[in-house]
Design a protein around this ligand. Structure first.
Ligand SMILES: Nc1nc2c(ncn2[C@@H]2O[C@H](COP(=O)(O)OP(=O)(O)O)[C@@H](O)[C@H]2O)c(=O)[nH]1
Ligand SMILES: [Mg+2]
Ligand SMILES: [Zn+2]
Length: 292
């Protein structure tokens, strides 16, 4: 039978099949021999051991479309990053870090601002303006008012999407609306700590319907860019591309060189100052990072 690994815990792999639900599987010795470790997201072939107990063996891993390192998952089609439009206010530095990291892993990313109910039309257009101009799909949702769900379903349709965002932005609330069986714990962080349920979870795929899966990753509060030279960073700020041809110097860093087309565009309000500031901050961080 054909299925997809949705979770891996202590040597067991949980394989979701469209017709018969989830099987608890072991990966046979061939993987140790061939040095392939099954990953969440792998499309696999299983032999059923017991249909009653829903157990089986993974006998084949289909070749991977891609393999993400953070989070560790195979066959990701896209990422969806969720921030709150307010409460907490979006941390643009964290958002830009995330976008760079996904760009580096060549994963297309859409941005969802939840808690749309907390902001006005003007603020919404402002947010859409900044990231829309950078070529990202931007959508707004409200788990509270159950708004924006159709658009979310449309973006997720028949794909495997890794969902990320800081704690408290409403990820679990949205996931519960998208998949009522998900049963994700929601609430204020302080409440969760008080109830002792604010534990770090294993990354796992949640089946929405058909071939639609989402990967719920633990909330993040900081992110450190790895494996990147500072000279490379500008290529992940897509909105610079249009103006780079105007730079006087080839290989312009857009930081201090005279005759810089990007800074000229910034001065004319064509590039978001917030994005540019984050670029400079990340550039300095990468440049001065100790090399080990
Ligand atoms: N006003 C408003 N509050 C929301 C919305 N979505 C979630 N919340 C609240 O935000 C808090 C955190 O939600 P939760 O889903 O646990 O966030 P997570 O940490 O990202 O999974 C909870 O108190 C929710 O009730 C929304 O669309 N609007
Ligand atoms: Mg949550
Ligand atoms: Zn320049």
């Amino acid at each position: 039978m054909q299925g997809k690994i949705i979770k891996g815990i202590a040597g067991f792999y949980y394989v979701h099949t469209e017709d018969a639900g989830v099987f608890e599987c072991k990966a046979k010795g061939i993987f140790r021999k061939e040095k392939i470790k099954p990953l969440v997201g792998d499309n696999v072939e299983i032999d059923i051991i017991s249909p009653e107990e829903q157990t089986g063996n993974i006998v084949k891993i289909h070749s991977r479309k891609n393999e993400l390192i953070r989070p560790a998952v195979a066959n990701v089609d896209q990422a969806l990053v969720i921030f709150a439009a307010d409460k907490p206010k979006p941390n643009f530095n964290l958002l830009d870090r995330f976008l760079v990291m996904m760009g580096q892993q060549q994963v297309e990313t859409a941005i969802c601002f939840n808690k749309q109910d907390l902001i006005g039309e003007q603020e919404q257009e402002h947010l859409r303006g900044i990231y829309g101009a950078c070529g990202y799909q931007v959508l707004f949702a409200s788990a509270k008012e159950e708004a924006g769900l159709a658009e979310l379903h449309q973006i997720l349709g028949q794909k495997t999407t890794t969902v990320a965002g800081p704690s408290g932005v409403g990820k679990s609330s949205l996931i519960n609306l998208l998949q009522p069986d998900a049963g994700m714990e929601t609430g204020d962080i302080s409440e969760k700590i008080a109830r002792g349920k604010h534990t770090t979870r294993h990354s796992q795929l949640i089946h929405i319907k058909g071939q639609t899966y989402i990967m719920d990753t633990p909330g993040f509060s900081s992110m450190y860019l790895l494996g990147m030279e500072h000279q490379e960073l500008k290529s992940y700020f897509r909105e610079f591309g249009e103006y780079e041809g105007n730079c006087r110097f080839l290989g312009c860093s857009h930081i201090h060189e005279p005759g810089c087309g990007v800074r000229e565009a910034l001065g004319e309000g064509k590039i978001s100052p917030v994005r540019y500031e984050n670029y400079v901050m990340l550039y300095e961080e990468l440049k001065h990072r100790k090399k080990y």
